[in-house]
Design a protein around this ligand. Structure first.
Ligand SMILES: *Cc1c(COP(=O)(O)O)cnc(C)c1O
Length: 398
């Protein structure tokens, strides 16, 4: 490995996404190399010993680290202005590792109730098996977070905007409360994207991503990222990942490393398209409610103006007529495809009540804001006029 490393701090975020973290081999390749190897060989037994003692910098085994994965981690840390980043096999591995690393039996976690289904499973069902209790609160209600705090509360967890309702939580207010009570705040920043929201600057301790979404952005690979200060990542997260093994594949890391170079272009265009589509949806009389974080009518518009530098690539809307009407709309679409994924170059639509949030009772779904007529639409890179034409003909079928 050779070449000079760029001083990322002196560069704009877009430049960091193209250059930061690059490690060049002796061949001086332009594009970052894919190091598809499980392990590494050593020049001597002494070097091998030093490597295991962390006295000789270098790679050992791909469960611990890999040059391509390390480039992705360094690039993402530089983009976030954070000290460290660790990659994981999936977004859920990142969420689970971040939560499990920071708690012990007897601790308590407070989380917003409107969460991605699997995140809610980890907090509500999985952690209690190991003696970690959790309380779910109405995320936007800061007083509810305060009421839920106990002497043993160690972690706050939230998603903003939340899936699928796009409700927004005041991250700085929750972070201030976390500091006051000695808890760590973990923010799942998938829906905001790393481009439009910087939770670490708002006071969060760790940020987690499903890199499967906007970071890949073209529906190819699964991946997760955990970003934060070295003091948290190195002892807690790195040890957990190294010993339990949810490592990201070097191939997936290579796809995501290259995808980061175009993240701002893609996400800005997708958000601009989402705004055009959301504006059009707002005027349709079969749709009683349209939620888009870029609309002045969003319930938390004032918080969005403070903590986000762009809207989202997602729109949520209610169709009058519940599940039947929602299904008729989805089935009539031709260009926009039915899929539970999001953040893709292709526009994707899903009915959360029967898919991502299907395992919850109707009462719990209602408390999360997921009604039978709710639809989540992830906007891609198609021309917005084509998306509107598709929605228009599909709405006519409702
Ligand atoms: C998709 C998603 C996850 C899980 O990510 P995977 O890569 O599918 O494991 C976690 N949180 C949010 C908000 C998501 O959208």
């Amino acid at each position: 490995m050779s070449g000079f490393q760029v001083d990322a701090a002196a560069l704009h975020p877009e430049t960091r996404l193209v250059h930061a973290g690059t490690l060049r081999s002796q061949f001086g390749e332009t594009s970052e190399a894919l190091f598809l190897t499980q392990g590494h060989v050593y020049d001597s037994a002494e070097q091998c010993e030093a490597r295991f003692l962390n006295k000789d910098p270098g790679f050992q085994y791909a469960r611990f680290s890999n040059p391509t994965v390390a480039m992705l981690e360094a690039r993402m840390a530089a983009f976030e202005g954070a000290e460290a980043c660790r990659a994981t096999a999936t977004g859920m591995a990142a969420v689970t590792a971040a939560l499990m690393s920071l708690v012990r039996a007897g601790d308590h976690v407070v989380a917003a109730q409107a969460l991605f289904g699997s995140c809610r499973y980890v907090v509500e069902d999985h952690l209690p098996r190991y003696g970690v209790e959790s309380t779910l609160v109405d995320g936007p209600d800061i007083a509810a977070w305060r009421r839920a705090v106990r002497p043993n509360t160690k972690v706050f967890f939230l998603e903003s905007p939340a899936n699928p309702t796009l409700e927004v939580i005041d991250i700085a207010a929750v972070a201030a409360l976390a500091k006051e009570v000695g808890a760590k705040l973990i923010v799942d920043n998938v829906f905001a994207t790393p481009l439009f929201q910087r939770p670490l600057e708002l006071g969060a301790d760790l940020v987690v991503y499903s890199a499967t979404k906007h970071i890949d952005g073209q529906g190819r690979c699964l991946g997760g990222l955990i970003v934060g200060p070295e003091a948290l990542i190195q002892p807690e997260i790195q040890t957990f990942l190294r010993q339990t093994g949810p490592a990201m594949s070097p191939f997936n890391a290579w796809v995501m490393l290259k995808a980061l170079e175009t993240l701002p272009l893609r996400v800005r265009q997708q958000a601009a398209n989402a705004r055009i589509v959301a504006d059009w949806l707002l005027g349709q009389d079969k749709l009683p409610k349209v939620t888009f974080p870029g609309h002045p009518g969003h319930p938390q518009a004032e918080i969005i103006a403070r903590q986000m530098s762009g809207p989202s690539t997602l729109v949520a809307f209610e169709v009058a007529g519940g599940k039947d009407a929602a299904f008729r709309l989805l089935n009539a679409l031709r260009l926009i495809r039915i899929s539970n994924n999001l953040g893709d170059a292709k526009s994707l639509i899903v009915h959360p009540a029967t898919t991502t949030h299907q395992r919850f009772s109707p009462e719990v779904r209602a408390s999360m804001g997921v009604g039978d007529g709710l639809i989540r639409l992830s906007i891609g890179l198609e021309h917005p006029d084509d998306l509107i034409a598709d929605l228009k003909q599909a709405l006519a079928a409702v």
